[in-house]
Design a protein around this ligand. Structure first.
Ligand code: ZN
Length: 369
C-alpha cells in the first residue's frame, strides 16, 4: 500500500460512513493528518461528507462522517473469457452499474480486441472512467500490460494495455482474473481483514492467486498461480500438452460439461434439475484445493466455481473433500468460502477490480486534484 492517503481511503471503504476521529483511531494517523488526507481525497472526488449523523462517542461534539463518493467516478472493467468479453462499469465501492457481454465471433486476438474497441465508446456513452481494468485467464504480465499466454484461446504475447490505451486514451491496468478476484475480495468481500488468502478460480480456465502479508504474490513476470497441470489422482483426461489427469483439463467448464452430459456448461446449468454432476466436480476441485491449501496454509481459501457459488451441496462437498485430504484445514466451514460475488456479476467485478485495486493502492497518483 502506498502511503497515508491509501490507508485513509481503505479505512473509509471498510468502515464508512465514518468520523475522521474514528479513522485516526483506527489507522494510528494524527487527527490533523487524517483531516488533510480526507480533504485531498474529497478534492479528487473520492470521498464525500455525508449528512447522516453517526453516534456521539462521548466526546461531546457530533462528528460529520465521511464516506466513499459513489456518485462521481467510475472505473471500466474488461474481462476476457474463453467465449466472450464482459464490459462493466463499477462505482468506487465495486458495485456493478452496468455490464455488457460481447461473444467472440472469432477468438483470434486481433478480432477480439477490435470488437472491444468498437463497442467501448457506445458502452461508456460519454462517461469517462478513471481507468480501464483488464482481467483475463492464464498468464498476465501486470507490469508490462501483456497477456503472455491464454491457452484455451491460443493467445500469446498480446499487448492489451498498449492497444486499449491507444484506442481510448485512458489508463489501462491488467491482471489475471484469479488475482483480480482476490483483490475484489480484499476490497469489497469477505476477507477484508485477512493477511493471507488463497483464491482458486475454476471456469474454462483454472488458476490460483496467493495473498501473503496482505499483498498479492506475483513472482517474476507475474507468472505465479498456474495450477492448470497439477495432477489429479485417478483422472485420465488428456490435456493440450498431452499429460494425463491434469487439473484444468479434468474440471474446466466446457471440458467437464461435454464429458458428463455432451453439452456446454451454460446448457448444463440451464437444464440442471439436480446438482449431482456439479457435486462430483466440487469433489475433484476439493482434491486439488486440499494440496494447495497445505502448500500455502492461508487463513482463508476462496473458491470461485459455478457449482460452489450456485448449490449449497457443492460447497458442502468441497469442504468435506478438503477436510478429508488436507493436513492443515481443520475447520473448513470457517476457512473455505465461496466467492463473495454472484455468478452473474463475478466477471464484471473482476475487470473493474483490477482498476480499483490500483486506485486504492495509490489514490492520489491515479486521480486529478
Ligand atoms: Zn497438463
Amino acid at each position: 500500500m502506498s502511503g497515508a492517503p491509501a490507508t485513509v481511503l481503505r479505512a473509509v471503504l471498510r468502515h464508512g460512513p465514518v468520523a475522521r476521529s474514528t479513522i485516526a483511531r483506527l489507522t494510528g494517523l494524527s487527527p490533523a493528518g487524517v483531516s488533510r488526507h480526507c480533504g485531498s481525497l474529497a478534492d479528487r472526488g473520492l470521498l464525500t461528507e455525508t449528512d447522516e449523523p453517526v453516534s456521539r462517542n462521548g466526546m461531546g461534539r457530533p462528528h460529520v462522517p465521511v464516506d466513499i463518493d459513489t456518485g462521481r467516478h467510475t472505473v471500466c472493467g474488461v474481462h476476457i473469457a474463453h467465449a466472450h468479453v464482459t464490459l462493466s462499469l463499477l462505482d468506487l465501492r465495486g458495485n456493478v452499474l452496468v455490464q455488457q457481454q460481447i461473444p467472440h465471433v472469432d477468438p483470434d486476438q486481433h478480432a477480439v480486441l477490435r470488437a472491444i474497441t468498437d463497442v467501448l465508446p457506445g458502452f461508456l456513452a460519454g462517461r469517462t472512467p478513471l481507468a480501464i481494468g483488464v482481467a483475463a485467464g492464464g498468464w498476465v504480465d501486470t507490469d508490462n500490460g501483456v497477456i503472455v499466454e491464454h491457452t484455451s484461446l491460443g493467445w500469446r504475447n498480446v499487448p492489451v494495455r498498449e492497444i486499449l490505451a491507444g484506442a481510448t486514451g485512458l489508463p489501462v491496468h491488467t491482471d489475471s482474473h484469479a488475482r483480480a478476484l482476490v483483490q475484489a475480495e480484499q476490497l469489497f468481500g469477505e476477507i477484508r481483514s485477512r493477511e493471507s488468502a488463497l483464491h482458486l478460480f475454476v471456469g474454462n480456465v483454472v488458476d490460483a492467486a496467493i495473498v501473503t502479508g496482505g499483498a498479492t504474490h506475483r513472482g517474476p513476470r507475474s507468472a505465479a498461480g498456474d495450477v492448470a497441470h497439477l495432477p489429479l489422482g485417478d483422472s485420465d483426461v488428456q490435456c493440450l500438452l498431452g499429460h494425463r489427469g491434469c487439473f484444468e483439463a479434468t474440471v474446466s467448464d466446457d471440458a467437464w460439461a461435454r464429458r458428463v452430459a455432451g453439452v456446454t456448461m451454460p446448457e448444463l446449468l440451464a437444464g440442471q434439475q439436480d446438482s449431482t454432476p456439479f457435486v462430483e466436480r466440487a469433489r475433484l476441485v476439493g482434491r486439488a484445493a486440499a494440496l494447495l491449501y497445505d502448500v500455502v496454509n492461508p487463513e482463508v481459501l476462496v473458491v470461485t466455481e459455478l457449482g460452489v457459488i450456485t448449490f449449497p451441496e457443492c460447497l458442502a462437498a468441497l469442504r468435506e473433500e478438503i477436510a478429508a485430504r488436507s493436513r492443515l484445514c481443520a475447520a473448513p466451514e470457517h476457512t473455505v468460502l465461496p466467492s463473495s460475488f454472484a455468478a452473474d456479476t463475478v466477471l464484471a467485478v473482476a475487470g473493474g477490480a483490477v482498476a480499483l485495486g490500483v486506485l486504492y493502492t495509490d489514490p492520489l497518483s491515479h486521480t486529478v486534484g
